[in-house]
Ligand binder design. Structure first.
Ligand code: FPP
Length: 258
């Protein structure tokens, strides 16, 4: 009865949360979690706020999610912050999203450093405004020697373009004698992708009830476990994240075997 109305999803107090984290840590934790952070616009609309208010709230959730991922011992967290298709959005919304890395890193970079988090970015850098790129590159540089969680922003990222670019580079390398056809296998192909330094995600989370990949890591997600939730990204909290991990821990990954 309570579940039906979502009333049990009140944030747990910190000691309950801590106990749950300790319990979850007893079972294998996904090493790479990827998240499609969706529903910011609907969250704002429900409150009669401009869409950008949803993105701002979503940014705060990025911080909480990052801290919990680090605490759980997750090695990499890839967040889909802006796709190559998102340029089609109204100019003011695009400009606002492009300011968020500066605001986020301007506020939280010291905390990320203190927590040994390493910042990375995956996406087409050329089209990014210089202020956005500067904020990201500064954070990448300042955190490059950290050894904790890798927080990987997928920013101006699109999987089909990424795959096409990999194919073009492979053709080029083959023409130039750098790569022989016989050497090309899945592992080598992966090394041509923007995610070359990451293992494939173990778990994909998408919020807001949409059940699709939206051009996100199409090659890399081939054997990942998927967890979808109706919860809008700004409402996503530690409890939902832990629920996703618990569900993951109960899944049997067979990678095509039996
Ligand atoms: C999708 O929701 C969300 C985005 C395209 C932007 C995501 C950005 C953030 C969560 C903030 C990122 C923070 C940093 C630090 C880069 P939507 O707008 O499509 O929502 P809707 O489907 O409800 O309209």
């Amino acid at each position: 009865m309570f579940n039906k109305f979502g009333l049990w999803k009140k944030p747990a107090n910190s000691s309950t949360l801590r106990d749950k984290i300790e319990e979850i840590k007893k079972s294998p934790i996904p090493e790479h979690v990827a998240i499609i952070m969706d529903g910011n616009g609907r969250w704002a609309k429900k409150r009669a706020l401009p869409r950008i208010a949803g993105h701002h709230e979503g940014m705060k959730v990025v911080r909480k999610t990052t801290m919990l991922a680090n605490n759980l011992g997750i090695k990499a967290l890839t967040l889909y912050a802006f796709s190559t298709e998102n340029w089609k959005r109204p100019k003011n919304e695009v400009e606002y999203i492009m300011k968020l890395p500066e605001e986020f890193l301007g506020t939280f970079l010291p905390e990320l450093i203190e927590n040994n988090v390493q910042v990375k970015m995956m996406g087409y850098k050329d089209q990014l405004p210089s202020h956005t790129l500067y904020a990201i590159e500064r954070a990448v540089e300042e955190t490059k020697n950290n050894t904790g969680l890798v927080l990987n922003f997928a920013l101006n990222y699109g999987s089909r373009s990424e795959i096409l670019d990999a194919v073009k580079q492979i053709i080029n390398d083959s023409k130039n004698g750098i790569l022989m056809e016989t050497e090309l296998n899945e592992q080598v192909f992966s090394s041509y992708l923007m995610s070359s330094n990451f293992q494939d995600p173990d778990l994909l989370i998408r919020t807001s009830g949409e059940i699709r990949l939206s051009n996100f890591m199409l090659w890399q997600l081939a054997y990942s476990e998927f967890w979808f939730t109706e919860v809008l990204w700004p409402d996503f909290n530690e409890e939902y994240f832990l629920e996703a991990i618990e569900v993951y821990q109960k899944r049997q990954r067979r990678f095509g075997g039996i």
